[in-house]
Design a binder for this molecule. Structure first.
Ligand SMILES: *Cc1c(COP(=O)(O)O)cnc(C)c1O
Length: 392
């Protein structure tokens, strides 16, 4: 018998749904000869901004550039400090460093994987210019509490909304909860291009204007450069691909919610596993469905991952090393133990297969494999007691 593989993400399933439409529309753009800063980009900028309850969208080359340009447009530069999370994709802190500013990490709440609002205020200094929360795995950070601190100290807030397009925080879309929000259309994101692309959304017309200048070599009038900028644009081929996919996004996000609900039900009684928590303020979009294998060592998590792989089931560890323990950020001088929650969950997290096309039977197969492994391990580790198993 051939076992059907369940990859962690399957973009070919999506292509089967929209491929014909995509090919037709991409071909139209190819034949048009208009490839940069054209009508498809303007259309996409308007639709994505609107979806995020923002007045302006500025398309750029990728999500990392969106972060760099948002920080730049909001005045973050050398000598400034920006408060952010150590438990995120490197681009978040990289963008701060590339602006010549300093990333100041604040630990996460292990329940949400997002910035812990209780710890932010203690990290504010005279040099702090902005707070950069990440809506990790598609779950909005606690923005009201973050905004309250920002207002108290007159700080800017920039959302890293790379993973959460379409999510709601207290019924408001992520992206509309800060001075500027950064979206990535990397192919594996909930709304993915056929290559690299990104966007900044904002409700501030001056910020929007500045971003348009910075993304195009500091030009307001063609070939008149008032200041230095960069070349970071979202091209027409990517724009038309995103326009083709955008109408599907609400349905795709709804299907992700269904998949998450199936996982939650099927894994509810699994020993030694922590399922994602759902704060009352959040309607997430499940960019990832991430469980924690409890304990303070990564061995059991890694063994589970191997066992799943042996059964044809994909999984990923986002992220195995928190940013303050990465070589690239060693100059920030944070030692081990600086952010215990981020360090703990980086040993525990495992993201399970998650995409809209997953079916209940597949989710149940993943869940059964996890339960079988965890029950066996629990039985070996705690053979004689009925107390809940404790690992590590
Ligand atoms: C994907 C991602 C980025 C970077 O986006 P790119 O388009 O790949 O440059 C930034 N932050 C987070 C949290 C991401 O997941």
């Amino acid at each position: 018998m051939v076992i059907e593989k369940i990859p962690v993400l399957d973009l070919q399933k999506q292509y089967a749904e929209i491929g014909a439409d995509l090919e037709r529309r991409v071909l139209e753009v190819l034949r048009s000869g208009h490839y940069i800063l054209g009508p498809h980009l303007s259309h996409l900028e308007a639709l994505v901004a609107d979806m995020c309850s923002c007045t302006h969208g500025i398309g750029v080359a990728n999500g990392t550039d969106a972060l760099i340009l948002a920080l730049w447009a909001l005045g973050v530069g050398p000598g400034d400090e920006v408060i952010t999370t150590p438990f995120t994709f490197a681009a978040t802190a990289e963008a701060i460093a590339l602006r010549g500013a300093k990333a100041v990490f604040v630990d996460i709440d292990p329940a949400t994987f997002n910035l812990n609002p209780d710890l932010i205020e203690a990290a504010v200094t005279k040099k702090t210019k902005a707070i950069l929360p990440v809506h990790l795995y598609g779950l909005p950070a606690d923005m009201d509490r973050i905004t309250a601190i920002a207002n108290r100290y007159n700080l800017k807030v920039i959302e890293d909304n790379a993973q959460a397009i379409g999510a709601l925080y207290k019924q408001k879309p992520t992206g509309a909860l800060s001075n500027a929000a950064c979206i990535s259309f990397y192919p594996t994101k909930n709304l993915g291009a056929c290559g690299d692309a990104g966007m900044i959304v904002t409700n501030n017309p001056e910020t929007a204007e500045r971003l348009k200048v910075l993304r195009a070599h500091g030009m307001r009038t063609r070939y008149y450069h008032d200041e230095l900028g960069v070349n970071s644009r979202l091209d027409e081929l990517q724009a038309v691909a995103l326009l083709t996919k955008l109408p599907y996004l609400p349905t795709w996000n709804e299907k992700r919610r269904q998949v998450a609900a199936w996982y939650a039900e099927a894994l509810a009684d699994c020993p030694n596993l922590r399922l994602p928590s759902l704060p009352v303020y959040a309607t997430p979009v499940w960019h990832q469905y991430t469980v924690c294998v409890l304990g303070n060592k990564n061995e059991l998590r890694d063994e589970l991952q191997q066992q799943l792989a042996a059964e044809g089931i994909g999984s990923m560890c986002y992220y195995p090393v928190p940013l303050h323990r990465q070589k690239a950020f060693s100059d920030l001088g944070y030692g081990p133990g600086s952010f215990p929650a981020a360090e703990m969950v980086s040993q525990q997290v495992l993201s399970l297969p998650m995409y809209p096309e997953l079916e209940a039977a597949q989710v149940n197969r993943v869940a059964s494999a996890i339960k079988r492994f965890m029950q066996a391990r629990t039985a070996i580790s705690v053979p004689t007691t009925t107390a809940p198993p404790v690992f590590g």
